[in-house]
Design a protein around this ligand. Sequence first.
Ligand SMILES: Nc1ncnc2c1ncn2[C@@H]1O[C@H](COP(=O)(O)OP(=O)(O)O)[C@@H](O)[C@H]1O
Ligand SMILES: [Mg+2]
Length: 248
Amino acid sequence: MESTGGSTVRISGLVRQFRTGAERLTAIDDVTLDVASGSVVALTGASGSGKSTLLHMIGAIEHADRGTVTVDDVEVTGLRRAALARYRQRVGFVFQRYHLLPALTVLDNVIAPVLPRRGRDDHVTRARELLDAVGLAGRERALPAQLSGGQQQRVAIARALMGAPGLLLADEPTGNLDSTTGAQILDLLLDLRDRHGMTILLATHERSIAARCDRLVRLGDGRVVEDVDLTDGEDPADTFDRAARLRL
Ligand SMILES: Nc1ncnc2c1ncn2[C@@H]1O[C@H](COP(=O)(O)OP(=O)(O)O)[C@@H](O)[C@H]1O
Ligand SMILES: [Mg+2]
């Protein structure tokens, strides 16, 4: 697997509103945020605070009503169709419920997002390497239903890495997993970051997960209400104290 260095993300004055009947709800309310290359940021906040919407806007799944998202040198919020499709290929997305295709094998699930580009055989070697990297060597021919939740999330992570993304967006990736399996998934993400230099934005409301990230950004009603550098002058291994002290 090639290293991509890790994208920088610059978010400025971002706004997203939803109309529900006569009401207009501001899901993202003037968010400004810079994310450094190679950092792992925990996005926290109560349910409905805007975590998913923000991740979707960074990944260009949702449009912005105002403001900009810039990833490396690309202003994502200004992209038109062809460029938007290219950008989406460069970003990895991992969801809480894995979203694997049930009729496809593990290997074909990993290859699926890049299949329109070149033939299947061109991608098999890389997909096998990725499955090995996420600890699933030997399970290539299994179907998703034959795997545990943690294993299915590993497949989803391998799939997200197929395009060698500089940016990985993960929406509550451990939310469906028990705490031990969730911790192992975070171990994997941190290891992948260390080895490949990705930037990771991860929505979570589990304090044990957030405490192990480099930075915590908390949303409340679509606004940034807390932004803490968790690596600042302390032992990064000391996450229990950190979680308690920060009241995560
Ligand atoms: N497609 C949509 N239509 C209407 N309202 C939405 C839509 N998506 C999200 N919302 C609303 O936007 C707010 C933020 O939602 P979301 O980003 O899903 O929060 P979180 O991921 O933190 O739980 C919530 O009030 C939610 O109901
Ligand atoms: Mg959400």
